[in-house]
Design a protein around this ligand. Structure first.
Ligand code: PXP
Length: 236
């Protein structure tokens, strides 16, 4: 499995003081040097962490791939077509949420998503859909023309260690198998940490995990190089 590191919360810390520290570009470089196979940033509508300039600089400085998380809006589509990241991951976005709360409802807006994806694919950008692990969303994602799904592991992570863990885990395992049978590549992410990530190895052929908060949090205690390396050891 590959490890994509989400560096949004380096920007959260920077923005707390409004200056330039910690430097997101340097953070991305350290993540890459210590095992990240891609760097993810979520350019939110309200620019609460990552800002346009971060993304515009990263596209030139990264040695690996930029995975741009974004909402299904005209503004974001325009930005993606301008900067041409390696991949985009389409996510739902609510202004009031602390983090991405649920998956994208692809089934409920299949025509809109299909149309939205087309120019991105034509520009050579890989498209991933961040969805809840359900049969309905997986089937709709396959229909939409996206090449990847990213399964929302938030519920699994939340229920980890409780008697609901198995139920949530099986949703991920079954959805991955269905998606792969329909020709999709499967990523996963949200809420994964150093304790719960190991079960992702029980899901055959997961392509990449996208992990942010736990790595950046651990970096405060052990430094970013070690935090990334420790996660890389658990993921690879
Ligand atoms: N994948 C997606 C689509 C996300 O929205 C997020 C959170 O920004 C992540 C992965 C990473 O989640 P976490 O920060 O909990 O590791």
């Amino acid at each position: 499995m590959l490890l994509g590191v989400n560096i949004d919360h380096v920007a959260t810390l920077r923005n707390a003081r409004g200056g330039v520290e910690p430097d997101t570009i340097k953070a991305a470089e350290i993540c890459e040097l210590n095992g990240a196979t891609s760097i993810t940033t979520h350019l939110r509508e309200d620019r609460r962490h990552i800002k346009d300039n971060d993304v515009k600089t990263l596209i030139h400085t990264l040695r690996t791939n930029l995975n741009l998380e974004m909402a299904v809006t005209d503004e974001m589509q325009k930005i993606a077509l301008e900067i041409k990241p390696h991949s985009v991951c389409l996510v739902p976005e609510k202004r009031q949420e602390i983090t991405t709360e649920g998956g994208l409802d692809v089934a409920g807006q299949i025509d809109k998503i299909t149309d939205f994806i087309k120019p991105l694919k034509e520009a050579g950008i890989l498209v991933s859909l961040f969805i809840d692990p359900t049969e309905e969303q997986v089937k709709a994602s396959a229909k939409s023309g996206a090449q990847f799904i990213e399964m929302h592991t938030g519920q699994y992570s939340e229920k980890f260690g409780t008697n609901e863990e198995e139920k949530e885990f099986l949703k991920l395992k079954n959805s991955a198998a269905l998606a792969q049978s329909l020709g999709l590549k499967v990523n996963a992410g949200h809420g994964l940490n150093y304790n719960n990530v190991h079960r992702m190895h029980e899901i055959p052929d997961l392509y990449e995990l996208n992990i942010g908060h736990s790595i950046i949090s651990r970096a405060i205690f052990v430094g970013l190089p070690q935090a990334v390396q420790e996660m890389k050891d658990l993921v690879k």
